[in-house]
Design a protein around this ligand. Structure first.
Ligand SMILES: [Zn+2]
Ligand SMILES: [Zn+2]
Length: 331
């Protein structure tokens, strides 16, 4: 046979030739196949694709918010309208985010393929899973991440962890899109576990997950993270149609008040555990006010809430191990 004279086929090429009916693949699956064939090195192909996807989606999603911040027309929907980020704020934020992407996330993304393979996750394999399978797996990852974040985020508000790690993310009491990943590298690592931990655990138990589903989940999670930091609550925001969804309205309050609203995607855990009482009291006072007084009241409440938030931050920062507070002693 002639093939004995040719160079041996790589594992990937051999797989596509023998296991895949290429004529039945759609355009995205063909592109996927070409990508893996081109690199002919799954670790490199997966690592590069993950990194590029993360950068393109994260910064791509931030661009509309930067434009919106620059247009006074949109100020009417800004949750804290007097606090619009300056170009300098946006640039400072971009620099730290890029630094953390290249130093913390790049190596992690590179390690991902070996871990995924070890857990039996499909990577270069085709075809992609059906949309129904993807939809319920992604719903599960959303719920897992939300619960993980709810617990880990509260832990990060605990004295030593707050002082050394989470304080960086709270630099902005009125966040903006780019600030979503403005955080200490350790925070990126801790909270990132909630994002990739769900798919990895799921894969560990079921051995039935395609990395394409995980990418789709990460894209949605990035949208959620950037949007919840955007600082805008529109009449068409998702939380207006899906009341369990947190949205910017929920997370913006966390940055302003420092306490309350620890979840990411959903509102139900904060509701069940009573960590949204201050938020609801704030909203109730606004609703109870006459329409003509609402704007002035909102300004007053925002100033009060932020002042209380600064005090809560001071106490959290000075609290010691096991919750013992030394704030009273430290003036
Ligand atoms: Zn926080
Ligand atoms: Zn935040």
């Amino acid at each position: 046979m002639n093939s004995t004279l040719a160079a041996p086929l790589s594992e990937i090429a051999h797989y596509y030739l023998t296991q895949v009916d290429v004529s039945s693949l759609n355009i995205f699956e063909k592109a996927w196949m070409s990508w893996y064939m081109w690199w002919d090195n799954p670790v490199l192909a997966t690592g590069l694709m993950s990194f590029i996807m993360h950068e393109v989606v994260y910064f791509g999603r931030c661009v509309p918010w930067i434009i919106i911040d620059a247009m006074p027309y949109f100020r009417r929907w800004k949750l804290q309208p007097t606090k619009v980020p300056t170009a300098k704020d946006q640039w400072e934020c971009t620099k730290l985010v890029l630094f953390s992407h290249f130093t913390v996330e790049l190596p992690q993304i590179w390690l991902f393929h070996p871990i995924a393979e070890y857990l039996g996750m499909a990577t270069y394999q085709l075809p992609f899973p059906g949309w129904k399978t993807m939809a319920w797996q992604i719903a599960l990852f959303f719920m897992f991440e939300d619960a993980f974040h709810f617990v880990a985020h509260q832990a990060l508000h605990y004295g030593p962890l707050y002082r050394n790690i989470h304080k960086i993310h709270h630099k902005y009491s009125a966040p903006f899109g780019l600030a979503a990943e403005y955080a200490h590298p350790a925070e990126v690592l801790i909270l990132g576990t909630g994002t990739i931990g769900g798919p990895l655990l799921y894969c560990w138990f079921t051995r039935d997950l395609h990395i394409f589903t995980m990418y789709a989940w990460i894209v949605l999670r990035l949208f959620q993270a950037v949007d919840s930091h955007s600082g805008y609550d529109f009449p068409w925001s998702l939380n207006k149609f899906f009341p369990l969804w947190s949205g910017a309205d929920h997370h913006d309050f966390h940055h302003m008040a420092f306490t309350n609203n620890y979840s990411t995607s959903f509102r139900y855990l904060d509701h069940i555990f009573g960590t949204d009482k201050k938020y609801h009291a704030y909203k109730a006072r606004l609703r109870a006010a006459a329409a003509k007084d609402r704007e002035a009241l909102n300004q007053k409440l925002m100033a009060e809430t932020e002042k209380e938030g600064q005090e809560a931050e001071r106490i959290a920062e000075q609290s010691g191990y096991f919750g013992s507070k030394i704030a009273a002693k430290v003036q």
